[in-house]
Design a binder for this molecule. Sequence first.
Ligand code: ADP
Ligand code: MG
Length: 226
Amino acid sequence: HSHHLQKTERMRVISDLAASIAHEIRNPLQVTRGFLQLLLRRADDDTKGHYTMAISELDRASVIISDFLTFARPEQDSVAPMDVKQELCNIETIMGPMVMLHGGTLRVQASDRLLMLGNVSKFKQAIINMIKNSIESFQEQGNIEVHAYAEGAEIVIRIADNGLGMDAEQIAKLGEPYFSTKTKGTGLGLMVTFRIIEVMKGTLEFRSEKGKGTEAIVRFPLIRLD
Ligand code: ADP
Ligand code: MG
């Protein structure tokens, strides 16, 4: 038993460390990218390709960090009662511009008084990873609908898109580290999302149809005030 505790504590230290390192690494990556872009402008045809490659590899490093740890902050590791509607509305504000940029729409509809025990930063990371996947699945006119409501003792959050969809084989692999069907995917987004939801005592389930769209269904225990 004590061995188990030690291991959990060690994992905590490692993940706190990883989160702060990821945060610190962003700035030098951005600075380096800026200088490479300057060099690219002055490069001759022989070396242009090398700079372009270096920039795209830096961008790949940024995507890995953001799939993994965008909102992770060591000091915010604690859980507290949080309002799902409020957080989903924040997410709508954060993600709205990215959805628009991809020519789609994002609509959030949430009931009042959906209180749960959770960590706001991690919650955001989990939901945003799924919304990013929906955006990346857009075919023509992409629509994302997020619905949140109470059902018995649970909060249900549904994230539905009309994108590419998945077959049964793909659905079975969701959450596996490095499973990605994208040329620039990390295959880490849903692994992190599943883990975050599990830690907050929730569940995540996917329904999808190839060519039609995908729905992610998240459930968390509801805190009842009455
Ligand atoms: P990545 O986005 O880097 O590929 P993820 O873990 O976020 O990694 O997702 C893994 C895979 O699951 C994606 O590559 C894609 O094939 C599939 N997927 C996840 N969400 C959706 C979605 N909303 N629509 C279609 N496919 C999806
Ligand atoms: Mg992803």
